[in-house]
Design a protein around this ligand. Sequence first.
Ligand code: AGP
Length: 608
Amino acid sequence: MCGIVGYIGDEQAAPILLDGLSRLEYRGYDSAGMAVYDGQKINVVKSKGRLKILNELTHGGETLPGMLGIGHTRWATHGEPSDTNAHPHYNSDESIVVVHNGIIENYLKLKKKLEAHGYEFRSETDTEVIAQLLDFYYKGNPLQAITKIMHRMEGSYALGIIFKDHPDELYAVRKDSPLIVGHAKTGNIIASDVPAILRYTRDVYFIENEEIVRMTKDTMEFFNVDEEPIEKTSTRIEWDVNAAEKGGYEHFMLKEMYEQPKAITDTFSPRIKDGKIVIEELGMTDEEIRAIKKIMIVACGSAYHTGMTSKYIYEGLARIPVEVDLASEFRYRNPILEEGTLVIIISQSGETADSLAALREAKKRGARVLGIVNVVGSSIAREADNVMYTWAGPEIAVATTKAYSAQLIAQYLLAMKFAYVRGKLDDAGLASMLDDLRELPSQVEMLLNNKEKIQKFANRYLAAREVFFIGRGIDYAISMEGSLKLKEISYIHSEAYAAGELKHGTISLIEDGTLVTAVLTQPDLYKKMISNIVEVKTRGAFVLAVTNTGNTEVEKTADYVIYIPETNRYFTNSLAIIPLQLFGYYVSIGKGCDVDKPRNLAKSVTVE
Ligand code: AGP
């Protein structure tokens, strides 16, 4: 997500902004910029690329004199990474300048209204709409203009705002995107997150939703959305800077696991309108959806695993035949793509070499290609015919968690939409599935908050030499992801197996004490899974079962049972993955592995 820093005080602002932004680089970004008031006007410098470029452009801030400024690192959401789309954004006479973290969901509607009033736009961003909307409402009173736009905007925002004819004031506003402010020795600071401010103060104010801050170099005032003054107390931050970058979590992976409820919500909520699934970016009419004869899902690693999951859902719900393939295989096997095949390329980074090559192969064969991507403006996002973004925000840990969960959500939405349009899912069925979908974030949060049981269990298996993950149907798909999580961060060999396939050879590997994780969340397959558990138990295995609340029958055979809450049968992977992620994580740290940067791995495999 984006990073914001603002300063007003007795020192030059630009060096402080650059320092603060450098401490937010961990958040992931693709461009950066600053705006500083020099006594006459507000000067803006911004560019695509790393902070280093901004540093060089401004000679470490020297070419931007002034003691009031705002800075920004952008994680692109609306509008590709570019100099023009970089923040800060401003109104036509550059008298109002804004930096923003979040997503304005109704920005297109607001943009159209402003254009009707003669406003022109330079960028594709939702943030420029904020600057122009402020201009539209501004009549000399910044606070009034700010509260007016707050009543018009839908979505999430943390804002830093400068008004040229109020050069002694710096404004900040928050709704859903985090924002903190603090008194520094030489002035006042705003920031998206603690690391940017710790060097200047440990006493911060956490801005709550729909609160506005007006600060001068010596004062700090807080208001609510009705412009009424409010009292706030500061919080003492005891974290060290390194911990602060992880939001107080020990590792990025744990932090990102805990961000899954938000990643899930952010991925589905903009695409459910009045009880219907609206995926504008899909670029397909209902007729084109009805004309789909086959779906070909192509990806690598965890992204491939989400394709394995969604195969069962597209086929089960929408009755569309699905083939799932590894990108590194697909690209070299001269694939047959018949008329009416929709190719879906799934990729968190959008830069995975094999997946990008597979996309090009598919397009060469005339197939329509949809990308499901997390990084806005990445190669796969740009080269796909259409792209459906997962709004997981930047993922730093090499082992994917929140992006994986968001990819599942994107595919649930597609499968439900396709099923509904093709008459396989009626209004009542859709409504019931959407109810279950909306429950997922809080259910994931509950599983994360009850991590002690799996943490204790993990500590018993630090010395394990190999682990098996078994499941049937959608539980086979989640077993693949559970196995990969363990392998890639704890270096323990593990294997995912279709439970019904064990007796065709692999069961010979089961010995006394071998850990087998059995996932059974599909009621119609419970009995089959129980007999598979009995099979491995009789050969000495120790069985950890992950199953639905209420399926206590499993306790008669499995040695250790983790329950997940009830949900739609097609959504269980979103819940079953949580204990499996936690298991891998705690085994990894128990073994002293580098959980965020496992050996031999890169976050994005941009080479073959
Ligand atoms: C998952 O934890 C791994 N980091 C890896 O398997 C990853 O999913 C794979 O490399 C695909 O990456 P992508 O989603 O960025 O294309």
